[in-house]
Design a binder for this molecule. Structure first.
Ligand code: ZN
Length: 181
């Protein structure tokens, strides 16, 4: 789902009008009739990891909406003061409490329908001790056969896991970039 539309100017609180700005822009934006502020809304970046130990991958069972009870890779919205890899490592610590060694960039998925881009890094697990955060009901290591493929929270997670296990069988990890309708 896309974010709810802007109703009031972030600068002065006046109700905004939706129109194409006069500066050569081609899209309708929320424009403030009082102070002239144009509110641009751009895609959000979700950053996460594929934490693995041998042939097993760590998944978190969500204890929050959306997709409560479904399984996911640790990931969340990138913050303003961090790099993609830093955000991915932070989310992995927050949601799984996992000890990891960050690896290379692995996958990027554009999801225009919801205005998000999801990116994942490989991360080698350094121990099997986990400490799930409040957003996770539990964390667990799964082989490819054990992954709850029908209980995954997001298409981006499923596609990333498919790439991970395919690359692992091939003996070489690549970089994957695709669009999700
Ligand atoms: Zn304003």
């Amino acid at each position: 789902m896309l974010r709810p539309p802007i109703k009031h100017c972030r600068q002065c609180g006046t109700p905004v009008q939706y129109r194409i700005p006069d500066d050569g822009d081609t899209r309708e934006r929320a424009v403030c009739p009082a102070c002239g502020t144009i509110h641009y809304v751009n895609p959000l970046l979700v950053v996460g990891t594929v934490p693995y130990l041998g042939e097993r991958v760590l998944l978190c069972q969500r204890a929050i909406e959306p997709r409560w009870g479904k399984w996911t890779l640790p990931a969340g919205f990138m913050e303003l003061d961090e790099s993609m890899a830093q955000g991915a490592a932070r989310e992995t610590a927050e949601e799984a409490g996992a000890q990891i060694e960050m690896g290379p960039f692995f996958s990027a998925m554009s999801i225009p329908r919801i205005g998000q881009v999801h990116v994942f890094y490989l991360a080698r697990l350094l121990s099997e001790h986990f400490d799930p955060g409040p957003e996770s009901a539990q964390v667990h290591l799964f082989t490819e056969d054990e992954v709850p493929w029908d209980e995954l929270a997001f298409t981006a997670v499923r596609r990333t896991l498919e790439c991970f296990f395919a690359d692992r069988r091939r003996g070489q990890f690549g970089v994957h970039d695709f669009d999700i309708a």
